[in-house]
Design a protein around this ligand. Sequence first.
Ligand code: ATP
Length: 312
Amino acid sequence: MTDGPTARPADGAVRRLLVIHNPTAGGRRARRLRAVVGRLEARGLTVDVKPTGRRGDAEEFARAVDPGSVDAVVAAGGDGTINEVINGLASHAASGRAPALGIVPMGTANVLAAELGLPLDAERIAAAIAGGRRTAIWPALANGRVFSMMAGVGLDARVVERVDPRVKRLIGKGAYVAETLVQLAIRPDHRYRVTLDDGEPQEVASVIVAKGHFYGGRFICAPDARLTAPELHVCLFPRGGRLNALRYVWGVTAGRLAHFPDYRVVTARRVRIEGPAGDGVFADAVQGDGDVLARLPVEIALAGWTLPVLAG
Ligand SMILES: Nc1ncnc2c1ncn2[C@@H]1O[C@H](COP(=O)(O)OP(=O)(O)OP(=O)(O)O)[C@@H](O)[C@H]1O
């Protein structure tokens, strides 16, 4: 992908950075960020750190960036903050002028960092950012909102929607395990209609639309999905009821999904998901990159542009 007419270094080097930092992410791992910034400055980079004050700030800060004045926008936070930054960079990327995205993983699961093979120690994070090696990823849209790794409808969206951020801060990933158990016990048995491209609608209990092959940490639902491929991998969990939900959760966590005769992964360019009217107030949630991104019905498709990511 080309960078367009900016004043960026012709050699693609990364010299000027805007770091967008969620100070509430991942139990406040501020020390990691300080260490990374120190190492970047020691390498001669100009680093401007902007902390977010509330949800939505990261997206606004990234959207307001002048692509001619920074070489990279670094998201320092969890997958939710990275997702916001990517949404903010979307219009720049659509016109081929996006600064590269850098990542300082500070979240609970850090799925995007895992997918890109990014390190977690300060020295190697700084080296990946300063090194300037870019990987072009193909994000997708769910009702116009960008996601880079996965969108889900059904049990996982319900867990994402209901997990208590305070519990997440206290016990990290355990909060998702606890909320999954709660939802397995209390969640109504909803069914969804999924239409892939111009095919016939099919009924499922849950669906995950994957751009990357890791899910919820380092579980794998769509083994062949790649961020760098312009393709959606649609994971279909057809059977309803609590026992099947439990079986699917076990299949994902134990790496046994591929052995389930009813589980399928198919590729598509467009996915439409419709569902019940939820609890009567809100339609069921659609999670994207681990946050609620939309509500049903949802149209999912490739965004149609690539984003350069500093992947080391
Ligand atoms: N200053 C802030 N105060 C409150 N919420 C924020 C702030 N900045 C960002 N957010 C929101 O907090 C949510 C969670 O943040 P983030 O994903 O960065 O961290 P996390 O929840 O610790 O990690 P993970 O997503 O891996 O579980 C995001 O959806 C983001 O929009």
